[in-house]
Design a binder for this molecule. Structure first.
Ligand SMILES: [Zn+2]
Length: 251
């Protein structure tokens, strides 16, 4: 699989939520480094010129925005400025990464202004929105973003499930069916977290095990579809059943 193929599968917008603002910001910086990295895998290699600049906080294509100090709100004017900037080509990397700290301080008008950018995302722009919780944001905005939870208590549990999912995926029909029963017992938010972590893991595995890459990429797509169903309020049991059935169909 080529580098560009991996980039094409990475979301152009994500809400990074849970944990503390500092944890969210650190995760956003690391993800941003992964996007500008010349290896193009979505994970920072840590040694290329792009990664080094990203880690020093001086990469010209990683732009950090915060709400205005006076109003303590992300203003419509700020959002418009970001939209205008996002259509301008990157300086050095293949993408420009926008990190919006305290994105949940946008009022409805600012979020609606931002929604236009999410609906027609500029080809070379990626947005990371930092928020206490996706629930603080308009559902129309949330539905167009991947969700990445940094809460320490939520992450290991769903991370472990994601590992088991990867194992089931390569283990045949029975492990997959058994796995889908385990998903049935999750709450909606847990299932959402699991899907987020499992998708990230699928991309990593596709890189590591190129012979199985098509299977992991297919799982990544199916998980994305499952996430859409969740957003449309389809029940957890139906979503996990769909996951299992769709993946069993994969050659
Ligand atoms: Zn790099």
């Amino acid at each position: 699989m080529t580098q560009h193929a991996v980039q094409a599968y990475l979301p152009h917008a994500a809400i990074i939520w849970g944990g503390s603002e500092e944890e969210r910001f650190r995760r956003a910086l690391s993800l941003a480094a992964g996007r500008v990295c010349s290896e193009g895998t979505g994970v920072p290699c840590g040694v290329c010129a792009h990664c080094v600049k990203a880690m020093k906080g001086i990469h010209p294509d990683i732009l950090i925005y915060d709400h205005s100090a006076e109003s303590r709100l992300f203003s419509v004017a700020q959002v418009r400025a970001i939209r205008e900037d996002a259509v301008v080509m990157p300086n050095e990397a293949d993408v420009k990464v926008y990190i919006l700290r305290h994105a949940d301080s946008m009022n409805a008008a600012a979020q609606n202004a931002f929604l236009k950018t999410l609906e027609e995302p500029p080809r070379s722009a990626v947005f990371f929105l930092l928020a206490d919780s996706p629930e603080n944001m308009l559902p129309t905005v949330v539905s167009r973003c991947a969700k990445i939870c940094v809460a320490p208590e939520a992450a290991p549990e769903c991370g472990k499930l994601a590992e088991e999912f990867a194992a089931a995926l390569t283990g045949g029909a029975l492990p997959l069916a058994e796995f889908s029963f385990r998903l049935d017992r999750l709450g909606r938010d847990e299932l959402r977290d699991f899907i987020g972590q499992a998708r990230a893991l699928m991309l990593a595995r596709a890189q590591q095990q190129s012979a199985m890459a098509h299977r992991f990429i297919r799982a990544y797509d199916v998980l994305g579809k499952a996430l859409e169903y969740l957003d449309f309020n389809v029940g957890v049991v139906h979503v996990s059943g769909f996951l299992c059935a769709a993946l069993l169909d994969t050659p």
